[in-house]
Ligand binder design. Structure first.
Ligand SMILES: *[C@@H]1O[C@H](CO)[C@@H](O)[C@H](O)[C@H]1NC(C)=O
Ligand SMILES: *[C@@H]1O[C@H](CO)[C@@H](O)[C@H](O)[C@H]1NC(C)=O
Ligand SMILES: *[C@@H]1O[C@H](CO)[C@@H](O)[C@H](O)[C@H]1NC(C)=O
Ligand SMILES: *[C@@H]1O[C@H](CO)[C@@H](O)[C@H](O)[C@H]1NC(C)=O
Ligand SMILES: *[C@@H]1O[C@H](CO)[C@@H](O)[C@H](O)[C@H]1NC(C)=O
Ligand SMILES: *[C@@H]1O[C@H](CO)[C@@H](O)[C@H](O)[C@H]1NC(C)=O
Ligand SMILES: *[C@@H]1O[C@H](CO)[C@@H](O)[C@H](O)[C@H]1NC(C)=O
Ligand SMILES: *[C@@H]1O[C@H](CO)[C@@H](O)[C@H](O)[C@H]1NC(C)=O
Ligand SMILES: *[C@@H]1O[C@H](CO)[C@@H](O)[C@H](O)[C@H]1NC(C)=O
Ligand SMILES: *[C@@H]1O[C@H](CO)[C@@H](O)[C@H](O)[C@H]1NC(C)=O
Ligand SMILES: *[C@@H]1O[C@H](CO)[C@@H](O)[C@H](O)[C@H]1NC(C)=O
Length: 413
């Protein structure tokens, strides 16, 4: 009896030990150096730790595993060509692939959920075999791959989507509805970007884009940067509020359209160095800018018909013929609260002929270069008039007259 009991106890312990060993195999971080190491994990439906694929692997297949609670990482491997996981549905942590110079196959047909994607320098990865498609991932960073689309990743919400330096990436289309931290699409070659469902994003940055479609986007909480893009026209048809808007160095841009934009926040408005953007009347409803306005470039016409309040400074500098009078008027009505208002143009519409006779190659004479620093505190601006300051003229005709008088004055002496 006693012997029998002891035997039973021993076998029970052996079984328990085996089960425990199996549980540990499935719950301990592994650095796999061979495919055999990965095959050992095939009984783990859920793998409770991190899997690191070592630099010695040339291919890697994770069979059986459906969930990795931790990270799946493969870095600095110059000989691996393929990574596949036929059953894997979830990576709870990060899916990190860095510096894999000849990797060309990423086969994850059932993968739908990933904590974070961090892929950097995968120059041979030109497509994803993600049949189900990743639909949930909080943080995506993809840089320096050969991907031509992001097909296989289609998220509805994201904290950060940062896609940069993928030189063949010519198309990004995603059902994103909101981005709680940022969307930044930069330096990927001339990518077409379409976010048909995007309602709001905390921060948006687009560089080097050939077209952007955000038909229902209504709010960008922080800043919206459009820099060095190659589209000819830009439209944000449903955007009502933005924390700050910068449109810089878009060399082909000829028209911008923000038909519903009423408010720009404290980060202000900057439209600068868009050499083909000669006229912009894209802000018909803009009434309030809670920061500064900077306009710089060779534009001839910039109209803001609804603008009544700028809480920051206004700094306008056109290398062409530009009429400052609407801004002078705004300033004289106390609409510019910042402590600096400056509007400079090579000449103004109303004094072109005068400049060319009186001061041919210089910036225009006194009245054409309108500088009104220090006059813009709410009270002093409210009480200033064209009589108090010749540069702050209320009406276009008054402005024309003073420009004329100044030019005649300088011409005579
Ligand atoms: C995989 O299993 C084999 C045989 O059971 C064992 O020799 C090897 O150490 C295991 N590898 C790992 C990484 O656990
Ligand atoms: C293994 O990890 C899973 C998930 O983290 C956990 O539920 C389970 O209790 C762990 N098992 C053991 C034996 O540690
Ligand atoms: C890759 O290897 C280099 C040199 O050994 C090292 O400096 C770098 O940190 C490694 N990168 C990653 C992502 O592990
Ligand atoms: C992305 O998913 C949305 C639904 O969330 C779907 O309407 C859209 O067609 C998908 N886009 C792509 C490119 O797969
Ligand atoms: C918005 O994104 C830009 C560019 O990535 C960055 O410089 C800026 O700090 C971000 N703003 C906020 C408020 O996070
Ligand atoms: C535009 O945005 C508003 C929210 O500001 C939303 O209610 C409306 O549905 C959007 N318009 C379109 C065409 O989606
Ligand atoms: C950004 O704006 C959206 C839409 O108005 C709002 O739901 C969200 O709470 C705002 N996020 C932050 C961080 O202010
Ligand atoms: C516009 O371009 C000029 C000349 O290249 C440069 O000096 C200036 O800093 C640029 N302005 C902005 C706001 O980028
Ligand atoms: C602005 O500069 C561009 C490029 O130099 C030029 O093609 C365009 O005619 C200029 N526009 C005006 C109004 O001078
Ligand atoms: C800008 O407007 C003026 C006057 O309306 C027009 O003659 C000129 O062609 C416009 N320039 C562009 C580039 O649309
Ligand atoms: C400036 O543009 C506005 C709106 O398009 C237009 O009404 C106005 O005539 C233009 N002014 C000049 C000088 O081209």
């Amino acid at each position: 009896m006693d012997r029998m009991f002891r035997k039973l106890l021993v076998s029970a312990l052996v079984i328990a030990g085996a089960a425990n060993a199996a549980a540990n195999v499935c719950n301990e971080t592994i650095t796999a150096t061979t495919q055999a190491d990965l095959d050992n994990l095939s009984g783990c439906t859920t793998f409770g730790a991190n899997i690191i694929l070592a630099e010695t692997l040339t291919t890697a297949t994770l069979s059986g595993i459906q969930t990795i609670s931790g990270n799946l990482i493969c870095n600095n491997n110059t000989q691996i060509t393929s990574i596949s996981a036929p059953n894997l549905q979830t990576i709870g942590g990060k899916f990190e692939l860095k510096q894999l110079t000849i990797l060309n196959t990423l086969s994850f047909p059932r993968l739908t959920t990933v904590g974070a994607i961090n892929w950097v320098t995968l120059p041979a990865v030109s497509g994803l075999s993600f049949t189900a498609g990743v639909s949930s991932c909080d943080d995506v960073y993809i840089s320096d791959t050969d991907l031509s689309t992001l097909d296989g990743i289609n998220l509805t919400t994201v904290s950060s989507l940062d896609i940069n330096n993928n030189l063949n990436l010519n198309d990004i289309e995603m059902g994103l509805t909101e981005a709680t931290y940022q969307v930044a699409i930069s330096f990927n070659g001339e990518t077409q970007v379409s976010f048909p469902s995007l309602k709001w994003a905390y921060n948006l940055t687009f560089h080097d884009i050939s077209s952007i479609s955000t038909p229902i986007l209504s709010v960008v909480n922080a800043s919206y940067l459009l820099i060095s893009n190659v589209f000819e026209s830009f439209s944000a048809p449903n955007l009502t509020t933005v924390g700050g808007l910068s449109i810089e160095d878009n060399q082909d841009l000829t028209s911008i359209s923000f038909p519903k934009l009423t408010t720009i926040g404290g980060a202000g408005l900057e439209v600068s160095n868009n050499s083909m953007l000669e006229n912009f009347s894209g802000f018909p409803k803009l009434t309030t800018v809670n920061g500064a306005i900077i306009l710089e470039g060779n534009f001839t016409n910039a109209t803001f018909p609804s603008l009544t309040l700028v809480r920051g400074a206004v700094n306008i500098d056109s290398s062409e013929d530009f009429d400052c009078s609407p801004f002078n008027t705004l300033d004289s009505k106390g609409g510019i609260r910042g402590n600096d208002y400056r509007c400079e143009a090579a000449s103004t519409t109303t004094s072109v002929a005068i400049s060319s006779t009186a001061a041919p190659s210089s910036r225009a004479t006194g009245s054409a270069v309108t500088t009104a620093s220090g006059t813009a505190s709410a009270t002093s601006a409210a009480t200033s008039s064209s009589a108090a300051s010749p540069n702050l003229v209320v009406s276009t005709s008054g402005f024309t007259l003073s420009a004329l008088l100044a030019a005649v004055f300088f011409g005579i002496f």
